[in-house]
Write a protein that binds this ligand. Structure first.
Ligand code: FCB
Length: 451
């Protein structure tokens, strides 16, 4: 590969201390299900037809058993930081009570292993693997008690690891948990009720507020929350599509940003929800809107709102990833600029961005040039947002390695490292080499600037 081709042209505005990282989540890579409690995703995977390839997370990438080699792999990329999640049922088998020493010990080894390799640990407390016992006892997130259990878990985790964690995110993508899990039924726990989904979203945010307080009481780490957000464009220039776009934007973007920054849900969305709007208790708004240090932004594509036929990226002829998601880097600039302008809130970190492609391992190599282009154009989109004055301080590739992609099972590959699911062998793809070369060049530049 010609070295000059590797540099993303024009990444000139990212600050010198910009944090580069890769991301994963516990259920998607860890395996070692015999050393943790059951989660709602274990139960959901057993539901016939729920997972495209009928698979589960029992073994996944066997990350728990391959920890040291995986840490070396992360270090070989030259990243500054690693974003991982802590599996709640590995800490508390049933979501409450005394913590498991084996679970605490595993994350001690992970965190210490990162620090020993000069990599900053970014931990997410909840990336969807709710202890099944809490689903059974309290009805999961639609039940308020789950938020209190979450705060207790956050207390345990921040007491134990808070001295070494640089950055805690309370929740990953509460919209996905609420809507895909409780309204559309395509993610765990597989329910179909809008009222439950909205109640779940409120309790997730209450849990976020309580967990934030617990973390702050125990350590100095920064605290934030990770949201999946997209620009929502009306499909046609009709009043109906514009109105639909405004409500969809309200449900996905403004619902969370307003609750977190303004301390109230958007009035138009509450009116739209009617009787499905969530029950709130006095004091909730202040709890949810207490200050955080960062908002994590997970960006993959934009959305179209239509009152007619739903838009299909494929049918429209747009370039798409293997998920069928349109490749639209401009949307990332648009989103970051809009978050900055409309909420003037805390700084932003791109906590997930990446793409699935139908990679082929040929003669021990994966030539995933489309992923390289996806990452390069999206990084340029972040750079453009920074040029326009947005405070973005980091970027994490989703994902370090191929893994269990939820309802798609193992069929969709997002990794910059290929995983052979028969042998569990890891093979860095061309994109991994591209990331490490980019970071090598950045390190050389830093040295040059310092001298
Ligand atoms: C996000 C999830 C992450 C991964 C990517 C593709 O919604 O946070 O776990 O599945 O999508």
């Amino acid at each position: 590969m010609d070295r000059d081709q590797l540099i993303v042209p024009g990444l000139r505005h990212l600050p010198a201390n910009f944090i580069w990282g890769v991301a994963t989540s516990a259920f998607q890579i860890e395996g070692a299900a015999d050393r943790r409690g059951e989660s709602i995703w274990d139960v959901f995977c057993r539901r016939p037809g729920a997972i495209a390839d009928g698979s589960d997370g029992l073994t996944a990438c066997a990350h728990v058993d391959r920890l040291d080699a995986d840490l070396d792999l992360i270090a070989s990329l030259g990243v500054d930081a690693y974003r991982f999640s802590i599996a709640w049922p590995r800490i508390q088998t049933e979501g409450s009570g005394a913590p498991r020493s084996d679970g605490l010990g595993f994350y001690d080894r992970l965190i210490d292993g990162l620090l020993a390799r000069g990599i900053q640990p970014y931990a997410t407390l909840y990336h969807w693997d709710l202890p099944q016992a809490l689903q059974l006892r309290f009805g999961g997130w639609p039940g308020r008690e789950t938020a209190y259990r979450f705060a207790d878990y956050a207390d345990t985790v921040s007491r134990r690891f808070g001295d070494r964690i640089v950055s805690f995110a309370t929740l990953n993508e509460p919209w996905v948990v609420a809507v895909l899990g409780h309204e559309q039924g395509i993610f765990a726990p597989g329910l179909r009720s809008r009222a439950m989904a909205m109640q779940a979203s409120h309790h997730l945010l209450v849990g976020h507020g309580l967990a934030t307080q617990a973390i702050r009481a125990n350590c100095q780490a920064e605290v934030g929350i990770v949201l999946n957000m997209s620009p929502i464009h009306p499909l046609t220039d009709t009043d109906a599509d514009r109105a639909k776009a405004a409500i969809d934007d309200g449900l996905i973007n403004r619902w969370y940003m307003d609750a977190l920054h303004v301390g109230q849900y958007p009035a138009d969305v509450l009116a739209h929800l009617g009787a499905d709007a969530p029950q709130q208790l006095p004091g909730d708004a202040a709890l949810v809107s207490q200050p955080v240090e960062f908002i994590g932004v997970n960006y993959y594509t934009r959305s179209f709102a239509s009152t007619g036929e739903p838009w299909s990226a494929q049918a429209s002829g747009a370039a798409v990833t293997d998920m069928g998601w349109e490749i639209y880097p401009e949307g990332l600039t648009e989103l970051l600029v809009r978050l900055h302008q409309d909420w003037k809130g805390p700084r932003l970190i791109v906590t997930e961005n990446g793409a699935a492609f139908a990679d082929q391992l040929v003669d021990g190599e994966v030539d995933d040039q489309p992923r390289v282009e996806y990452l390069a154009t999206h990084l340029a989109a972040v750079d453009e947002a920074v040029r326009r004055g947005v405070n973005v301080t980091g970027y994490f590739v989703w994902s370090l390695m191929d893994n269990f992609e939820w309802a798609s099972g193992y069929r969709k590959r997002f990794g910059i490292v290929h995983v052979d699911y028969d042998t569990l062998k890891r093979t860095p793809k061309r994109s991994a080499r591209w990331v490490s070369e980019l970071l090598r060049q950045r390190a050389a530049q830093r040295l040059a600037n310092a001298s």
